[in-house]
Design a protein around this ligand. Structure first.
Ligand code: NAG
Ligand code: NAG
Length: 879
């Protein structure tokens, strides 16, 4: 341990970086244990499993120290700003700044000041992205002659979640500096943190952190404890961290964890220390598989463990037990971290894991799950509150079967409290005063099929589950990263998905004739002047996008995947097939691909005019006319309609936004980036999946229910329409609060009938009020709260065509004569226009809420007939 510790110190800055870059020499000399050397040799023998550089920069990183007048620098390098300074965080009637009377021996520089609220007070934090956020609340009862902070009793809530209910400092507690740490699934661009003192008392707070967390930190699926079965829906909760332990290893401070977490040592929780022994290897020995979410826990957690004492000399027959206090009124998620740093050969170690006396994992055989030794693995287990009357007990023990070594290990434990049915993490009431119902507490738990952990040794269901999980993870990641659009916006966020594309795969193979054109690597080199950096037109995590020339003059966008991408060749081909299947005038099309030299290169048509957004704002390009904007909206609506209903049937784009609508030389709009797309056919039209998309465009219903339908695209498209009209971003956190979210803000004006007041000034005067009205109605319907109330893309298309027609009639009328017919009178007589023979009747001008489910042929005809009908309208108008 001593030796490992010094190593540890030496390498502390290397966390999350290339451990393997350390030389073999140095590790061999410090890691003197035979096991370590063995494992090291093993890890060098399988270079494919190398650690990759993983870093994380949180989009939101709000750190404030309360009651202070200036910055506070923490030893870990973080800087907390004063809550009075950098503007507008705090709304409080009577708050008091407190400074500690005695400044010595404070546990943290954050404990020098506090802010006191004698009545309700709110901190508001503007966020740049949705998804998981850490919220950390620091409480320290500073010495003050006037206020005794130990007497304060108060509640803390967000807009929708209760965090603390009638909280007060436990005077028996010795720690002093209390940090309450939450992981919140944020769905709004803002967190409001409310402090509510009980009557005659006051509230206080010393510091607050609001920091983005990686989306994969909570994956949607785990298993439940009793009975042991699949548990879906983990990402629909809010969480409070209760414990986070580096089992068998030293404490890990926030600066030693890329994600800024701190990990306690487990010793004070072990029941009988005599039966447990620590084991550790150098952190560099731990092999993170490429498809493993590497920041789940630092390598230090996996490189140390507790094992059974005396296991080598005798056949132990006992368990190692850890005991935790936990609130019995709440379900908890227990995350167990394992890494077999003990075994000398595969399939040598089998052991059982129990939680609260119940079998949680039977015959855990790490090496066959992870296909190697020293490979991290973790498992999320939901413990129902009904099993928790005595808190939480975690036990590991031998299998009692004569298979391999008799031993057991555990590397790390996290215990998270899960929000109740009324979204509370403390007490029985929700923010709305509703009481938690104990009966339906775990309604979100899907009744999965039993995983049958106990049935047979090691292999079986659990192995399958494991294999399924990382592949999905990898799949979704590489799939989307690969197909990020040429001009990918930087506001995309996504989290691990659990929707398998596997079933789709075979279908695609059987129905797709070709793969598009094949390019040799030499051709690609020639096209890109050997990947000349000056030709780079886009950069992303997946690699670069180059402007290239093929066939002596045709410009193309060439996307080159990171050569070290984990993506297998089969998946690559599947994706090419999927893309080459999607052909439409309003979708950016794939021309071909290259997979020579294990390269993964996709060649797309080049869209010279770039993203639609650049033409509406931000880039000072010449403003587009209303007609041009309508045409671009219509084009993209057609593309989306095709995705939803065309040959490919039921593809949901999932990331509709103005940066994913690209314009060609003639300003023809094409939808790009189907990388996040999902086939709606999976799961009968509703894909349950982790939330993906871009903030400001996200369907609120999708966010709440995680049910993905085409109507989520319709919602995002509604935001696109407003952007085109108002020439401002979907989300602008620089603006006053009520204006931040374009959809909300514009709809307020729309309801007042004053939308015309906030349109792009370039459009003022040139836009037909009737066209605007039609357009605004379409946008409003798209933005309906509930998916069922939103129109299909076909209906949106219809209305946009109509708005265009109205505009054209208007401009013609203006130039030809001024005796303009009321567009309303025209609008009331569509029945006189009969569609051409053999073409589908477009039944209604009004937006419909039902999807008509046209096939591709239908939609093309619909477009056609629509145009014809409008041509006739225009004709009528002209008479
Ligand atoms: C380990 O703990 C479990 C659950 O508490 C118990 O059923 C089992 O008998 C224990 N094993 C040993 C060897 O004590
Ligand atoms: C476990 C560990 O490595 N802890 C270190 C984390 O970082 C601090 C400060 O850099 C060190 O003092 C700890 O030893």
């Amino acid at each position: 341990m001593e030796m490992e510790n010094s190593r540890w110190k030496k390498n502390r800055y290397a966390i999350g970086v290339q451990f393997l870059s350390l030389s073999f020499q140095s590790s061999a000399s410090t890691g003197s244990m035979a096991t370590a050397i063995f494992l090291l040799a093993l890890s060098l023998a399988f270079p494919s499993a190398s650690l990759s550089a993983v870093s994380f920069s949180p989009k939101d990183n709000i750190l404030i120290v309360c009651g202070a007048n200036s910055l506070v620098n923490l030893p870990d390098g973080r800087i907390f700003k004063s809550d009075t300074g950098s503007g507008g965080h705090l709304q409080a009637k009577d708050s008091v700044q407190l400074l500690t009377d005695s400044g010595d021996n404070l546990p943290s520089p954050l404990c020098r000041t506090a802010r006191i609220f004698q009545s309700d007070a709110t901190y508001s934090f503007q966020l740049t992205g949705a998804g998981w956020h850490w919220l950390r609340l620091h409480f320290y009862p500073i010495n003050n002659s006037k206020y005794d902070l130990k007497t304060a009793v108060f509640s803390v809530t967000t807009d929708d979640a209760v965090l603390l209910h009638r909280f007060s400092i436990d005077t028996n507690q010795t720690t002093g500096h209390i940090v309450k740490e939450y992981l919140l699934n944020v769905t709004k661009p803002q967190i409001n943190l409310m402090f509510v003192p009980v009557s005659n008392s006051f509230a206080f707070i010393n510091a607050v952190e609001v920091v983005s967390a990686p989306d994969y930190l909570i994956s949607n699926s785990g298993s439940s404890l009793f009975p042991v079965q699949a548990y879906e829906g983990l990402n629909q909760f809010n969480y409070q961290y209760v414990y986070r332990l580096n089992v068998g290893g030293p404490p890990i401070t926030s600066q030693n964890d890329t994600l800024g977490r701190s990990w306690e040592n487990d010793e004070s929780y072990i029941k009988n220390k005599a039966v447990a022994a620590n084991v550790s290897v150098p952190a560099m020995v731990v092999k993170f598989p490429e498809d493993f979410p590497a920041l789940i826990a630092p390598a230090f957690v996996y490189s140390s463990a507790v094992r059974m004492a005396d296991a080598e000399t005798q056949q132990p027959n006992f368990n190692i037990t850890w005991e935790f206090k936990a609130d019995p009124n709440f379900d908890h998620m227990v995350r167990l971290h394992f890494c077999d740093i003990l075994s000398k050969s595969l399939s040598d170690l089998y052991f059982n894991v129990y939680i609260n006396g119940k079998m949680a994992i039977s015959g855990l055989d790490l090496s066959s799950i992870t296909n190697g030794l020293a490979v991290p693995y973790y498992k999320d287990i939901v413990v129902n509150s009904t099993l928790m009357s005595n808190g939480l007990t975690i036990q590991i023990g031998p299998m009692n079967q004569d298979t391999g070594s008799v031993n057991a290990i555990l590397n790390g434990v996290e215990v998270l409290k899960m929000s109740s049915s009324v979204n509370s993490l403390d007490g029985e009431f929700g923010v709305d005063g509703k009481r938690a119902s104990t009966s339906n507490k775990s309604t979100v738990a899907a009744v999965g099929f039993a995983m049958m952990f106990g049935a047979f040794v090691g292999l079986g269901a659990m192995v399958m589950k494991w294999h399924k999980r990382p592949q999905d993870w990898q799949k979704s990641n590489s799939f989307s990263s690969w197909l990020l659009p040429v001009h990918a916006g930087d506001t995309s966020f996504m989290s691990g998905s659990k929707t398998s594309l596997g079933s789709q795969k075979s279908a695609l193979y059987s129905t797709t004739p070709g793969l598009g054109r094949y390019f040799s690597f030499a051709e690609i080199q020639e096209a890109t002047k050997n990947f000349d950096p000056s030709g780079i037109i886009g950069v992303g995590g997946f690699g670069n996008v180059y402007l290239g020339t093929i066939d002596e003059g045709t410009l193309v966008a060439i996307k080159r995947g990171n050569p070290h991408s984990e993506q297998g060749i089969t998946e690559f081909q599947t994706e090419i097939q999927m893309l080459s299947k999607l052909r439409h005038r309003h979708l950016v099309s794939l021309i071909g691909y290259c997979d020579e030299n294990s390269e993964m290169i996709l060649v797309y048509e080049y869209m010279s005019n770039g993203p639609f957004r650049d033409h509406i704002y931000g880039k000072n390009l010449p403003p587009l006319s209303w007609k041009q904007r309508l045409e671009i909206c219509i084009g993209s609506a057609r593309g989306l309609h095709y995705l939803h209903t065309g040959t490919a049937q039921g593809i949901i784009h999932r990331d509709v936004k103005t940066t994913n609508i690209l314009l060609d030389d003639n300003l023809v709009a094409k939808v790009a980036d189907f990388g996040l797309s999902k086939d709606a056919a999976i799961g009968q039209g509703h894909v349950s999946t982790a939330v993906k998309g871009s903030f400001g465009y996200l369907d609120p219903e999708y966010f709440r229910r995680q049910q993905l339908t085409e109507k989520s695209d319709v919602y995002s498209f509604g935001v696109v329409l407003l952007e085109a009209l108002c020439a401002r971003p979907a989300l602008d956190t620089q603006l006053p609060r009520e204006q931040v979210n374009l959809a909300e803000w514009a709809m307020q004006w729309k309801r007042k009938g004053l939308l015309a007041k906030i349109i792009d000034p370039h459009l003022q005067g040139s836009i037909n009020p009737e066209s605007l009205k039609k357009f605004a109605e379409a946008a409003e319907k798209c933005l309906a709260e509930h998916g069922v109330d939103r129109p299909s893309m076909g209906d949106v298309l219809w209305n946009l065509e109509y708005a265009l027609q109205l505009q054209e009639a208007f401009t013609q009328g203006k130039t030809e004569d001024d005796s303009e017919k009321s567009p309303e009178s025209m609008a009331t007589s569509p029945a006189v226009v009969s569609p051409l023979p053999g073409e589908p009747v477009v039944e209604s001008r009004e937006l419909e809420t039902e999807t008509r489910g046209n096939g591709l042929a239908d939609i093309q005809n619909t477009e056609h007939s629509g145009t014809n009908m409008f041509a006739q309208f225009a004709h009528l108008e002209g008479r």
